[in-house]
Each structure stands twice: as C-alpha cells, then as structure tokens.
Ligand binder design. Structure first.
Ligand code: HEM
Ligand code: HEM
Length: 231
C-alpha cells in the first residue's frame, strides 16, 4: 500500500501494531541535525567561529546525505512517499484543524512540505556560510573564490537567514507537540525507535529496511564533496 495513504484512527480500525517506518539513517541524521542547529546558533552568536565552521560543514554533509537519501534511500524515506500536491495538502490542513485524525506511515501531507522547507533553508544557510567572512580574518572555505564585496553580501544574508531556520524549527516542534496533545500521536517516539503504532496492514515494514550499500555510497559522496570544498 502507498505509505502516504491516510488511514482512519487506529481506534476506529481496531488493533494496532508497532510497525517499522523510519530506517536508522533517517533517525540518526534527524537528531544530529537537531543538535547541530543548536550548536551552530550558539557558536555563531558567541563568535566561536572555528568550531562554528566545522559544525556547519558537518551539518551540510548531513543535509546532503538526507537529500540523496530522499531519492535513493528506503521507500519510506523517499520524498515521493510524503511530498504531494498543494490541493491535497490544503484539504489535509482543513481536516486537521477540524479535528479529523489521519494516521500516516511516513510524514503527514503538511509535514512532508515542512521537511522540504527545513532541508532547503538549512542547505541555503550552510552554503552561504561556505562563502562568508567574519571581517576578523576567519573565512568560509570557498570565500577565496569570490570577491570581498560578494562575500560581504553573502555574509549579510547568512547573519539574517538563521532566524528563518529558528522560526521553522519552532513551528516544526509546535506541530509535533500539537499532534501529541490533540491526537496522542507518538511521532517523537517513532523518530527514536523507528516504529509507529499503525492499524494492521497499514504499512509494509520492508519500506523501512535500510539498503546498506547505498548508505556507504551516499556517505562516500558526502565526504568527497566536503573534501573538495576544503581542498
Ligand atoms: C526537540 C526537538 C525536536 C523534536 C522533538 C523533533 C521531532 C521530529 C519528529 C517527530 C519528526 C517526524 C515527524 C513526522 O512523523 O512526520 C521530525 C522530522 C524532522 N525534523 Fe525534527 N524535531 C526536533 C527538532 C528539529 C530541529 C531543530 C530541526 C532542524 C532545524 C528538525 C528537522 C527535522 C527534519 C528535517 C525532519 C524530517 C526528517 C526526515 O524525514 O529525515 N527537527 N522531527
Ligand atoms: C545551518 C547552518 C548554519 C547556521 C544555523 C549558522 C548560523 C550562524 C549564526 C547565528 C551566525 C552569527 C550571526 C550574527 O553574528 O548575528 C553565523 C555567523 C557566521 N557563520 Fe554560520 N551558520 C551555519 C553554517 C555555517 C557554515 C557551513 C559556515 C562556513 C563553513 C559558516 C560560517 C559563518 C561565518 C564566517 C560567520 C560570521 C559572519 C559575520 O560575522 O558576518 N556558517 N552563522
């Protein structure tokens, strides 16, 4: 069955099972990104710039990994499993605030777009950082390839865009809390354990199986990209 297909509330269907929905790379990358965003804002604002640039590049590798995993990863991790057209998202939003509960094996229809937005904002911020300078001698590793004027402009965007990331993260966490309070959804637990309580037959456990060889290949691509940036 298509993992983005909504199901009725488990109580309406009967017995639920703890079904594997998230492979381990999705979970490890998620929590690493969450921690790194806090570290990056803290080190950026306290001028711990060398640590900031190291952490920023690790974050960029993780975002790159997640984007590639969204095309080549396990079935549930692919963007095609949870990103849908605007009319379905609007309908979903209306029914959500009307109190109707839909259970999704992967991200819900609004959450899918939030994932795309978060990854796009993080990637943009980290790429801007590669070209940024702090006017005190510390420069991103690609700053040397552009003019001082352009680097100053990109630094100006970099020191503003982090607010958008913080705002998106706050909305993201608020949405998770809303689902917990309103529908008692265990979304956060699923991001740790990989399993969601779903009606029997609602999701195929094989869709969360980790294709190991692809983990290795995609990780190698990410390391190679960072090596090239720092060459
Ligand atoms: C206490 C903090 C956080 C909690 C409890 C949390 C919880 C979650 C949960 C439950 C999901 C899955 C939602 C679903 O089932 O549809 C998720 C997904 C996601 N979260 Fe968070 N999150 C937190 C912080 C953050 C932060 C700070 C960021 C980055 C700014 C972030 C970025 C993401 C992304 C990109 C996804 C998609 C994961 C994927 O598909 O690989 N999260 N989060
Ligand atoms: C999503 C990832 C990132 C976040 C959230 C972030 C956040 C921030 C923040 C909050 C500041 C301080 C802004 C201020 O002083 O008002 C900053 C400054 C800076 N960041 Fe990042 N950063 C990220 C990635 C990177 C990366 C990958 C690099 C380079 C490798 C980098 C290089 C710099 C530099 C050079 C500055 C100083 C800019 C200036 O003072 O004009 N950042 N960043």
């Amino acid at each position: 069955m298509n993992p983005s297909t909504p199901q009725d509330a488990p109580s309406a269907v009967g017995a639920t099972l703890a079904v594997p929905v998230w492979d381990w790379p999705v979970r490890v990358v998620h929590w690493a990104i969450a921690v790194l965003v806090v570290v990056l804002v803290a080190t950026g604002l306290t001028d711990m710039i060398e640590w900031h640039m190291r952490a920023g590049q690790v974050l960029l590798m993780l975002v790159l990994f997640r984007v590639l995993w969204g095309f080549f990863g396990s079935r549930n991790a692919r963007f095609g499993a949870f990103v849908t057209g605007p009319s379905r998202v609007l309908r979903y939003g209306r029914s959500l605030f009307g109190g109707k509960h839909e259970v999704h094996a992967t991200h819900n229809l609004a959450g899918g777009w939030m994932v795309v937005l978060l990854l796009a904002a993080l990637a943009t911020q980290a790429v801007l950082g590669l070209f940024a300078n702090d006017e005190a001698g510390s420069n991103g590793p690609l700053e040397r390839y552009i003019s001082d004027d352009l680097s100053n402009t990109l630094s100006g965007w970099h020191v503003k865009l982090w607010w958008l990331i913080v705002a998106l993260a706050v909305i993201h966490v608020a949405a998770v809390v809303y689902h917990r309070v309103r529908f008692r959804d265990g979304l956060t637990r699923a991001m740790f354990t990989g399993r969601k309580d779903l009606p029997a037959g609602a999701a195929d456990p094989q869709h969360a199986a980790t294709p190991w060889l692809r983990v290795v290949v995609i990780a190698a691509v990410c390391f190679a990209a960072m090596w090239l940036v720092n060459r």
